[in-house]
Design a protein around this ligand. Sequence first.
Ligand SMILES: C[S@@+](CC[C@H](N)C(=O)[O-])C[C@H]1O[C@@H](n2cnc3c(N)ncnc32)[C@H](O)[C@@H]1O
Length: 443
Amino acid sequence: MARERKKSAREVALLALHACEQQGAWSDGFLKKAIREAGLDSRDAGFASRLCFGVLQNRMLLDFYLGQFSKLPLDRLEAKIRSCLRLGAYQILLLDRVPESAAVNESVNLARQYAKNPRAAGMVNGILRNLIRSRETLGLPTQLDIRYSHPAWLVKEFDLALNGEGVEALLEADNAIPPTMAQVNTTHFSQEEVVELLRQEGVEVQPHPWIPDCLLLQGTGDLERLESFRRGAFYIQDGAGKLSVLAADPRPGMQVLDACAAPGGKSFAAAIRMGGQGEIWSCDIHPHKRGLIQAGAERLGFSELIHPAIQDGKQCREEWIGRFDRVIADVPCSGLGIIRKKPDIRYKDPEPLAGLPAIQSAILENVSRYVKPGGALLYSTCTLLRRENEGVVEAFLEKHSDFTLERFQLPGPVGAVEGGMLTLWPHLHGADGFFFAKLRRAT
Ligand SMILES: C[S@@+](CC[C@H](N)C(=O)[O-])C[C@H]1O[C@@H](n2cnc3c(N)ncnc32)[C@H](O)[C@@H]1O
C-alpha cells in the first residue's frame, strides 16, 4: 500500500485557512488536529500556526494588496487559490524570515497541487512576482477596517464600546501575538517551584508584572507534553479570567456554582483560591465537555472538590435554590474579546449574535436564584459588546431589587472598581477583552 505523502507546514496552514473560510472550522482546533496528523515537529508546527494566524489577522489587508494585481476579483478565484495567494503575500509582505523566492515557489507548488484550473499556478506566480516588484510603492490603506482586517461592523461596535477613544490601538492589539499565561496551582505548588520545573523543561518563564501567581510562558511547544503540566503545577488561563474570580472572592469552605464551566478555568481558579476546601459544582450544557472539566480537576488535584455536571443554566434545579455562597455565570458570548487568540472570530456571521443577550439574560435570571442571601453572583463574558455586558446586567438589576452591584479591588493598574462592573481591554490591560460584574444578594 502506498504511504501517504507527508504534508508540509505551509500545506497544513493552507488546509486550515480553507477549512475556516469554506467550512466554518475554528483555526485553533483544526490546526491542532492537522498538525498532529501531519506529524509536524515543533518548529514546523509553530510555522504552520504562524502562517495560518498571520493570514487570518491580515486577511482583508492582504486581499487589498492582492486585488491590485489580480485580473479577476479575488472572490471569483477558487477558494484554495485565494488562500495560496494570501499565504504567499503574507510571507512576502509581513514575515521577514522567509526569502521571497521561497514564498512564491511554495505557493505556486501548492496551487499546482490543489487547483482545479491548470493555469492557476501560473497566475499565482504572476501575481506574487508583481507584488514583490511593487512592494516599495504599496501604501497602507487609510480605512481602519482594511488596515487592521476587522470587518467594518466590528470596528463600529468597538468604537461605540470605547466611546470613540482608542479603537485603533484596540485593533492593533487584536493582531498581536498574546503571551501564554499559566496560573500557578498554589494549593499544591509554590510559584518558585513551578518556575524551576518549567525552566528545567526548557520553557522561558517570566512572572506577570502585576497579576499574582501568574506566569508568562514562551517556547513551551505542546504544553500538554510537559511533565510540570501533567503533574498539575499550573493550568492555562488568561489573566482576565483569573481576575474575574479574584473579584468573586470565593473562600475556603464555601459552596460555589460555576454555571457555564467548561473547560473549567474559573472553577480551577476558584478551587485554588479556596485552598482546595469547600465544594464547587462545575456545570456545562454539553455532555462532551464534562470530561474536560473532570480531567483538569484530576490533574490539578481537585477531584474531591470539583463536581462536574451536565446542567442547562437556563433550567432551574429546585434543590439548588438559595444554596450557593458564590455563583459564577461565565455565559456563552460572541467572544469578540479574544480575537488575539481566535483571529477567525472576526469573520463569523454577526447575524446569530443578536440572539445572545436573551440567552445570557435567561441564564443570569435562573442562576441568580441559586445565590444564598448575602452571597455573590459574578456575571462575565469574553466579549466587548455592551449589549452582552452592561446591557444584560442593567436589565437584570431593573427586575431584581434584591441584587446590587458591589465594589471590588484588584491588583495592579486595575485597583478599586467602585461601580462593580469592569471591562478589561487588550490594548489597555494586556489581557483578553473581558467583562465582569459582581452582584451581591441582600441578606
Ligand atoms: C465562556 S465558556 C466558559 C469558559 C469557562 N468558564 C472557563 O473559564 O474555562 C461558556 C460555556 O458555556 C457553555 N454553555 C452554553 N450554553 C449553556 C447553558 N445554557 N447552560 C450551561 N452552559 C452553557 C458552553 O458549552 C461553554 O463551555
